[in-house]
Ligand binder design. Structure first.
Ligand code: 0RA
Length: 799
């Protein structure tokens, strides 16, 4: 007889705790969007990092699976499994189910995590459809599974083990998260950072969805971090670095000046990136300014180098990383990424100051190069101030100081005014004629505007195009945010309208850099937009149509042909006829299946096998395969030319289940069971079933006006229908705005009633900043690649 599980007072408290997390996930992990989703991974990895920092672990493996579950594995001591004296349950179960229980069993260890990510792995558990933990410890291997935070099995000893470690696999709950798609590049960046901050630690990152992988291990730590950050530009001296431990706070920094004018300063507290800075950053900045000014004063330098420098002067062209680790970090600020511990400032400042002093004395050549650089920056800053005053005074003269090229709108109300920044004079001409002059202003920009990232402020203000833009907008300009007067901004929609080609993408990126650097608050207010001119032009005789993107293009072709042809499904019991709307729906389903079939092929699953799995009348899941459905699958697929076997692979660390299909001709396909929980499979299964239901054997007749073709296979049918739709029309991939006349430009791109525009948002200013740096720095290759990738897909521009 089985007893229903008894809940005691403790387990009820636990259930309440977990359900609080599920009710208000944002309180624990910040949000339930992509950011919160990634947070789950950081939380789990941070636990392994703690184990590494305590000196017990040197390798962490992170694996993204096809069903969007994640495995995090380490070779640390393993979470304790002995009975917790008070809770009367294994310690690992307490860690997994009790909020903030993570490090409680660790009395002596140097735990510095906490703070931003330190909500505990129990939160991850509560927010996961399932979580499995495998612990190797004291010669035994233990396993437990939870569902939505609640134990689904007891902790079981499943095997022996030779070594130790912890493995956690979880699948974020689709009921909680808006998205369950992990972004490789986002995680990759974080793991790379962590590897720099923890020298000697290996982080091995794999993505089974795409077969991408990276292994990070940096023995050189922060010094190497700085050198690598600078590898795109030219350093002007050897990297300076230092580390110390004072009052149980450990401090590491590295810095190097390069030939650019850009300041790159990354700060961390307990491995967490402090985007809003804080006391460690303050300490570093003050030490830098003091040390450089002191060296200038006290050493034997020519008179032209004797200047009194400001903080801004000494940071131009500087790349620096500062990392502190401390027992009780206080995180403040809007995004809780500002270090608040007041004692840190003085400690960092003193340590960096001493280190710099020594470095300057011991390396006079390097010191000289640095001083020349920062004094030069000082001079340029003075010049910039003068140039800015000039622009100010000129701008203040009168209203007709607006740039001559600007065709302004009639209204003076910023709320209804729109400024279109248009690439080139000819498109500018069309836009001027096509616009609604009441509310729309046009500013044509000629040629390439300046790359502001690489240009000094004074030079930038000397650029005609930039000056015209600044005066047209009317909100001023400055190097500090407070110098912008947003209440004077003359337009509340500023629209970047460039061609859909590589040059257009380049100009758009340059403009975005300009806005990001100098008008961040304008982006924050949602005033900046990107126009979406059409990508295709279709014409036949006098008829002409502009089409936004590939999707609309396919839709247009289908609509066009659907009235002229019929598709008959033959070879099934009840032949069906598809025409007009039913034909469009069928083709859309097949088109979708084609996309997914290509994705499956990327994963190594060929079309024939994929479609046979889709045609199986059981919708497989990882669990159903374990529960005996496999025998049915084996029989089914056996009749269709494949043998199948289940494989349990256990490399001592991870145990995984695969189905192996053999087509009898020497080709084997190995599919992890989680494939049957992936979107690719689940969505395709439903569409395929619908198509099967309607078309049975997949033999068709395509009935045209004069002839009838017989076609076999759904993708052949799709190709034939599209080929038919293409007949007799001209399709042009449309390149320049200039190819449209004013009326067309108005209709397709500018008319507020009909247009679509992308609103530029800076969700995360710091990350966008890095994107811009990558794109706009000295390095040409990443920029070229980015522009090529995004030339025709503005929607992907993630800023
Ligand atoms: C509590 C105590 C000890 C280790 C851990 C937790 C631990 C947690 C995680 C989470 C992921 N990997 C982990 N590795 C270790 C110390 C146990 C001891 O004293 O042996």
């Amino acid at each position: 007889m089985t007893q229903p599980k008894q809940y005691n007072a403790e387990s009820i408290t636990i259930l309440e705790g977990l359900s609080a997390v599920r009710k208000r996930p944002a309180m624990y992990i910040g949000s339930t969007d992509a950011r919160g989703l990634h947070h789950l991974v950081y939380e789990v990895v941070d636990n392994s990092i703690d184990e590494a920092m305590a000196g017990y672990c040197d390798t962490i493996i992170v694996n993204l699976h096809i069903d969007n579950s994640v495995t995090v594995m380490d070779n640390g001591r393993g979470i304790p499994v002995d009975m917790h004296p008070k809770e009367n349950r294994p310690a690992v179960e307490v860690v997994m189910t009790v909020l903030h229980a993570g490090g409680k069993f660790d009395n002596d260890s140097y735990k510095v995590s906490g703070g931003l990510h330190g909500v505990g792995v129990s939160c991850v558990n509560a927010l996961s459809e399932y979580l499995e933990v495998t612990v190797r410890r004291d010669g035994k291997k233990w396993f437990q599974k939870y569902e939505r935070g609640v134990p689904a099995t007891q902790l079981k000893n499943i095997d022996d083990a030779v070594d130790s470690g912890t493995m956690i696999r979880f699948r974020p709950d689709e009921e909680i998260f808006e998205t369950n798609q992990f972004q490789y590049d986002v995680l990759r960046k974080r793991f790379e950072e962590l590897a720099y901050l923890n020298p000697g630690l290996t982080i091995d990152f794999r993505d089974e969805r795409t077969q991408r992988s990276d292994v990070f291990k940096f023995d050189g730590g922060i010094g190497q971090f700085v050198a690598d950050l600078n590898s795109g530009s030219t350093g002007i001296h050897q990297t300076i670095s230092g580390s110390a431990e004072v009052d149980s706070i450990s401090i590491d920094f590295g810095m190097q000046y390069n030939t650019s004018y850009k300041e790159v300063m990354l700060t961390f507290a307990n491995n967490i990136r402090t985007k809003e800075g804080g006391t460690h950053l303050m300490g570093f900045k003050s030490a830098l300014t003091r040390a450089i000014n002191a060296y200038i004063q006290n050493s034997d330098l020519p008179k032209k180098l004797k200047a009194k420098l400001s903080g801004d002067d000494v940071r131009e062209g500087l790349t620096a990383v500062v990392s502190v680790k401390l027992p009780a970090p206080q995180f403040e600020g809007q995004t809780k990424t500002k270090l608040g511990n007041s004692e840190v400032s003085g400690l960092v400042s003193g340590m960096v100051y001493d280190k710099l002093n020594t470095f300057f004395v011991e390396n006079p050549k390097d010191a000289r190069a640095i001083i020349e650089k920062v004094v030069d920056a000082h001079r340029a800053r003075e010049a910039a101030r003068k140039a800015k005053d000039l622009v100010r005074r000129k701008g203040a003269l009168s209203d007709n100081s607006l740039p001559g090229k600007l065709a302004d709108c009639q209204t003076k109300k910023p709320e209804e005014s729109e400024l279109f920044i248009v690439e080139g004079d000819s498109a500018g001409g069309s836009a001027k004629q096509g616009r609604d002059p009441r509310i729309q202003a046009i500013l044509p920009l000629r040629g390439k505007i300046l790359n502001v990232e690489r240009t000094r402020f004074d030079k930038m203000l000397g650029n005609k195009e930039i000056k015209a833009l600044i005066t047209a907008m009317g909100a001023g300009i400055g190097q500090g945010e407070d110098e912008i007067e947003l209440d004077k901004l003359r337009y509340h929609k500023i629209v970047i309208m460039t061609d859909a080609d590589v040059d257009g993408a380049h100009i758009r990126t340059l403009l975005l850099t300009f806005f990001f650097r100098h008008y961040p608050q304008l982006i924050e207010h949602g005033y900046l937009y990107i126009a979406q001119p059409p990508l295709f032009r279709v014409h036949k005789g006098k008829f002409e149509k502009y089409i936004k993107d590939e999707g609309e293009y396919a839709g247009y072709l289908l609509e066009r042909i659907a009235g002229d042809i019929e598709v008959h499904s033959i070879g099934c019991d009840e032949p069906r006829v598809f025409r007009t709307a039913t034909l469009v729906r069928l083709m859309n389903k097949i088109n979708f299946l084609r996309d997914k079939t290509l994705e499956a092929e990327q994963l190594g699953i060929g079309e024939d096998l994929f479609h046979k799995l889709l045609a199986f009348d059981v919708k497989l899941t990882p669990a159903s395969l374990d529960n005996g459905e496999f025998e049915t699958l084996k029989a089914y697929i056996g009749e269709r030319g494949y043998s199948a076997e289940l494989e349990l692979s256990d490399d001592g660390l991870e145990s995984r289940r695969y189905v192996i299909f053999d087509n009898g001709k020497g080709h084997r396909t190995r599919i992890g069971v989680e494939f049957f929980n992936s979107k690719i499979f689940k969505q395709s299964y439903d569409r395929f079933a619908a198509v099967m239901d309607q078309c049975g054997s997949h033999d068709f007749q395509l009935v045209k006006k004069d002839t009838t073709d017989t076609i076999s296979g759904i993708f052949n049918l799709l190709d034939a229908v599209f080929a038919e739709a293409h007949k007799g029309i001209n399709i042009q991939r449309y390149k320049g705005l200039g190819e449209m006349n004013p009326e067309q430009l108005w209709q397709t791109t500018m008319n507020p009633e009909q247009r679509t525009m992308l609103q530029v948002t800076v969700d995360d200013a710091a990350e966008a900043d890095e994107l811009f740096s990558d794109l706009m720095g000295d390095q040409v290759e990443p920029r070229r690649q980015f522009i090529e990738r995004n030339a025709l897909a503005v929607g992907d521009l993630d800023i």
